[in-house]
Design a protein around this ligand. Structure first.
Ligand SMILES: [Zn+2]
Length: 397
């Protein structure tokens, strides 16, 4: 076992969830449910660079082939990508942006609306089909050096290659980095948004540790990996996407001066212990405790009250399975791609918000706890009790 960032072999098991279903493995019917496959889920940390990672990945074709996550159905993500497109335009004024993990065109849309040429790449067939029906230029496939060369031949060298919430999902980041090199002009930039190890640690976000999320980068660990592939980090900033992400810009031109933010972020990481193995061991103890509190509290409540969950994203799969919530009346989700399906593992039915309204349960556990404010605004008729499981279990009346 080798660390994905630094190559060291001193990896230590941090959290062992045993056999878990895939977080995005929503099931269509009971027949599918009976054939569901679970996979071992053990999270490791590197004793050398403290990179948190899952070292035994599930085949990406299994994980992402029929991906039912359509980013444009999440208003917070639509807003995020519109702002990100403007940010790229204002800072770097690119002519051609290539995005890997382009999903349904949620970034390529605002990019092209700003007059920038945008080309998306995504390995999921159903989602790229959706993007193309919206008129976006999207290629179906994995972002490899070969595919990158084909894009360059057709469109010319790119000014920016970007990937949001996708780089860290890949077991072979070196392949993406080589593909980025093959796509970019000699002074081109690589802009990445990755779920941040700093938020994982500080907000105790153990519920994002699932098979799809192979790696949680700190800037310190990511900078080392990028440097090994010829990229120099020139900017870094914290963004709120997905409960906290890190936006990093790296340049192929190593003479380019980094902004002061880069050293500031690395300094902050050292101050909170992101590079300390003992701090991560404490995180694991805290996560196990958080799971235990939610499990025992709701198990007790379920004896006399109706309990539902809100949000059928990956976090939900983690909560309902780690806490054995086989008593849930339903899981509410606004995405039309999910409603009507069954939750992985517990096989709880996923329903649209109007079904939730007619059921009116006593408690709703908001597994999408980082979207609580928006959910409460959309369902302001509800007069039962909302609950959020993190950073600590809280009831909102
Ligand atoms: Zn390492």
């Amino acid at each position: 076992m080798q660390c994905r960032a630094c190559g060291a072999t001193q990896l230590e098991p941090l959290l062992d969830f045993g056999e878990m279903p895939l977080a995005g493995g929503f099931l269509s019917c009971d027949d599918e449910a009976s054939a569901e496959i679970s996979y071992e889920l053990i999270v490791h940390v590197c004793r050398y660079c403290c990179l948190v990672q899952i070292v035994d990945p599930v085949d990406p074709d299994v994980l992402f082939q029929d991906y039912s996550f359509s980013a444009s159905t999440v208003p917070a993500l639509v807003d995020h990508f519109a702002a990100y497109a403007s940010w790229l335009k204002e800072r770097f004024d690119p002519s051609l942006v290539v995005e890997f993990g382009a999903n349904d065109g949620v970034l390529i849309g605002p990019i092209t609306a700003l007059g920038i040429r945008g080309v998306g790449v995504d390995r999921s067939e159903n989602i790229t089909e959706l993007a193309r029906t919206r008129g976006h230029e999207v290629v179906t496939g994995a972002f490899t050096p070969e595919l990158a060369q084909a894009i360059r031949t057709e469109h010319g060298p790119a000014d920016i290659v970007t990937g949001s919430n996708v780089f860290a999902h890949n077991a072979e980041p070196e392949v993406i980095l080589e593909a980025a090199r093959a796509t970019l002009a000699t002074d081109g930039l690589l802009a990445l948004e990755v779920m941040y190890a700093g938020d994982l640690l500080e907000k105790l976000q153990w519920d994002t540790l699932y098979h799809e999320h192979l790696t949680f980068y700190s800037l310190g660990a990511l900078r080392g990996l990028l440097a090994r592939h010829g990229f120099g980090v020139i900017d870094a900033e914290h963004v709120p996407m997905h409960g906290g992400s890190l936006r990093v810009v790296a340049s192929l031109d190593l003479g380019r001066q980094p902004s002061a933010a880069v050293e500031e972020v690395v300094g902050w990481e050292r101050s909170v212990g992101l590079d300390q193995i003992d701090r991560w061991r404490q995180f694991a103890r805290d996560a196990r405790r958080a799971i235990e509190i939610v499990e025992t509290t709701f198990e007790r409540l379920a004896g006399s009250a109706s309990i539902w969950a809100y949000g059928a994203a990956g976090k939900a799969t983690m909560w309902v399975n780690a806490c054995h919530m086989d008593y849930l009346g339903g899981v509410v989700d606004a995405s039309p791609l999910r409603a009507g399906k069954l939750m992985p593992g517990t096989h709880t039915r996923i329903v649209s918000p109007d079904v939730f309204r007619s059921a009116n349960p006593d408690y709703v556990l908001v597994t999408a706890w980082n979207y609580l404010d928006g959910i409460r605004r959309n369902d302001d008729w509800y007069n039962g009790i909302w609950a959020t499981p993190l950073p600590e279990l809280t009831f909102h009346r």
